[in-house]
Each structure stands twice: as C-alpha cells, then as structure tokens.
Ligand binder design. Structure first.
Ligand code: BGC
Length: 366
C-alpha cells in the first residue's frame, strides 16, 4: 500500500470530520458503482471473515447474522478456519458468488490473496466491501469500511510514551511488536505508531533495546499469541540480561499484549507499559488491575452497522456514503472508504469509554 504524506493528512482530517459528526453524504465524497446498484430487498449478502484471532471477529459474525436478518436480507456468514485460512476463505467467497450474493463483505484472512475472488464477484455483479482489513492489488474492490487504522497506530505510540512518562523520567528502553504480515492493517498500525515514536528514538529519549525496528523483525505471524510470547522470551534473553530494565512494549493488539505480559512476568520482571487494541474482556480487566496500560476501543457494533448500512444503500440503489476517497490505495485503486474514529482507553477513562458497552460496562477497579 502506498501512502503519501498528503494522504495521511487527508486521513487525519477525515477522522476529525467523523469525530465532529460531519460525515454526511455529499456529492464529492460519495461514490456508487452505478450499474450494480439496486436489487431485491431479500437478496443474499455474504460475509467472509478471517479466523477468530481476536474477540472482535467473533462478535462481528454474530452481529452480521442478526443485523442482516433485521435489515431483511438473507445472509451467509462464514469464518476461515484457523489453519489453511486463505484457501478456506477463497472457496467460501466463491460459494457466495455461486449462490448469487449481491453484496460480499470481506474481512480478509490474507489481504493479498483474494484478487481472483474479488474479480469473480465483480464479474457476477456483486459489490465487494472490504471490512476492517483492506484487500490489496485489485481494481475490483468497491468499498472499504474500517476504523481509522493509521490513527490506531498513532494512539498506540502516544499511549506508550505517555504511560512511560507517567512512571518516571527517560531515556526509556522499549521493544516493538507488529501484527501478521498477511494483514494489510499491520503495516498501517505500525507506521502510525512509528510516526509518534521515531522522533523520540531519533532524539535518544527512547531506545529500542534489541535494535529490532524493521516491521519484518517485529512481525507476529498469524496474530498468534504464542508467537509474540516466544519472541518476547527471546528478546528478554538476548537483550535484557541481569537487571537491564524494559520500560515499554508497543503491542498492536490485546491478545498479543497479554502474551507479552505473560512472558515478562515469567521472567520475574516488573510489567512494562504495554499497549493494545480491541477492548478484549481480559485486557480490560488487566488494565483495571494496573497491568496492561492501554487498549483501543473500536466498537464492533458500530463497524458492523456501517457495513450493513452500505449494503442497504446499495440495495436501494442509493449512493454509498463514504468519508474518505484518498487514503487507502490498495496498489491498484484508491478505495472509497468509510472510516470510524478509534478511541484510546487507559484505566483513567475506561469506565466512561465502556459505559454503554453491554459486554464490558460497568467497570470496577480490580
Ligand atoms: C484488526 C484488529 C485485530 C487483528 C487481529 C486486525 O486486522 O483490525 O482489531 O486485533 O486484526 O485479529
């Protein structure tokens, strides 16, 4: 994915627009595929989700099943299996096309392996919406709906700095973790975080203890907790012998954050400042208990609702509402996107952030 500085600015202002509640449809930010628009109200909408690598995917499946039925659609919601995810998802999408789905919503198992299926869907007259994760290298992708991923990364980077500053003076020693290389989000999260962290690294206020700052070195294959835990184990052995202190760890999500904390605890150390994402139940508990430092609230209910709104707009033959037409270049086209604003959560604002969340609220300190 190519992202220019200008695109990043555009992304930030789009997020500001959403935050200010000004995301209403206007001619210059809307885009419709025109000829595919308008189909029977009880048509099939397919939803192809990746493996359940975090709680948000589990919740999304249930919400899509319920929400699409409420909207009057027939639905086919599928998950890729934990092993062999790519082939699995490819055949699920193919079967949705065969069944005549009018809209196919995809949370990609591997963002660069779905070009053939997206092209086939397009050819069959279905509209394809990438959900949460961008699908790369295809001109046939119609829309993207996601939380603003670059902003997620920036919030994580800033939380890491803030959390360490609250504990004492620098210079601080940190380690960096990123997500799975087959998920297009991983680089966007990491680059967003590095936008904030790099100046502190350049000034010497922050030091990456292992020296591992390339995304290839920091990657966590498959977003698997055990991979993050074993990398943390190795880093502690190789770079933190004796009482060398580790002040902070950039973790791209909650599942990996807890694995990193497990590793550090097993080594008998104080828990460093560890970031996260997804508002997973166990991580929110950990934050309230003073262990994990931060998470990101990306309310899955709002994201699923927006994706269903897009399907409804297509069904009615309306323009699909988007609020960003510059930021997400998938290598072939800039994909018209609807981006929602993520919220950083620490112990300080957790009760407020989850006040209306049926799973997490109300919270007590533990
Ligand atoms: C999602 C994150 C999630 C990760 C692992 C990413 O694409 O945006 O919310 O933590 O996948 O499932």
């Amino acid at each position: 994915m190519r992202r220019s500085a200008l695109a990043t600015v555009a992304l930030a202002s789009a997020a500001a627009l959403v935050l200010a509640g000004c995301s209403s449809r206007t001619d210059d930010t809307s885009s419709g595929s025109g000829d595919e628009a308008g189909f029977a109200a009880d048509s099939l909408v397919g939803v192809a989700l990746p493996a359940k690598t975090s709680e948000n995917w589990v919740l999304a499946g249930d919400l899509f099943t319920e929400g699409l039925a409420d909207a009057g659609f027939e639905s086919d919601v599928q998950y890729a299996a934990a092993s062999g995810t790519v082939a699995d998802q490819q055949s699920q999408i193919q079967s949705m096309i065969t069944k005549g789905a009018k809209v196919i919503i995809i949370g990609a198992a591997d963002g660069s392996q779905l070009g053939t299926q997206v092209a086939a869907a397009h050819e069959a007259g279905a509209v394809v919406i990438a959900y949460d994760r961008l699908i790369l290298n295809t001109a046939d992708l119609d829309y993207y709906v996601a939380y603003d991923n670059a902003e997620v990364g920036r919030l994580q980077g800033q939380a890491l700095l803030d959390g360490m500053a609250a504990k004492g003076e620098g210079p601080y020693t940190i380690e960096l973790f990123s997500g799975s290389p087959d998920d297009a989000n991983s680089a966007v999260f990491f680059d967003g975080a590095m936008e904030v962290l790099q100046p502190a690294i350049d000034s010497g206020d922050v030091v990456v203890g292992s020296g591992q700052t390339d995304i290839q070195q920091t990657a966590t294959q498959g977003w698997e907790a055990e991979n993050a835990q074993s990398r943390m184990d190795s880093l502690l052995t190789s770079s933190y012998s004796g009482d060398t202190q580790l002040d902070g760890v950039l973790s791209p999500n909650d599942n990996l954050a807890r694995a990193i904390i497990t590793s550090v605890k097993a080594d008998g150390r104080d828990i460093p400042v560890v970031t996260g994402q997804d508002s997973e139940v166990d991580s929110v508990k950990s934050i309230m208990a003073g262990e994990q430092y931060s998470t990101i609230n990306k309310d899955t209910r709002a994201l699923v609702a927006q994706a269903i709104t897009m399907a409804e707009q297509l069904q009615k033959g309306e323009d699909v509402e988007v609020n960003d037409t510059e930021s997400y270049d998938n290598g072939e086209v800039v994909v018209p996107s609807f981006l929602l604003p993520p919220v950083i959560v620490t112990k300080e604002n957790a009760a407020e952030a989850y006040a209306n969340d049926p799973t997490l609220g109300p919270l007590t300190e533990g």
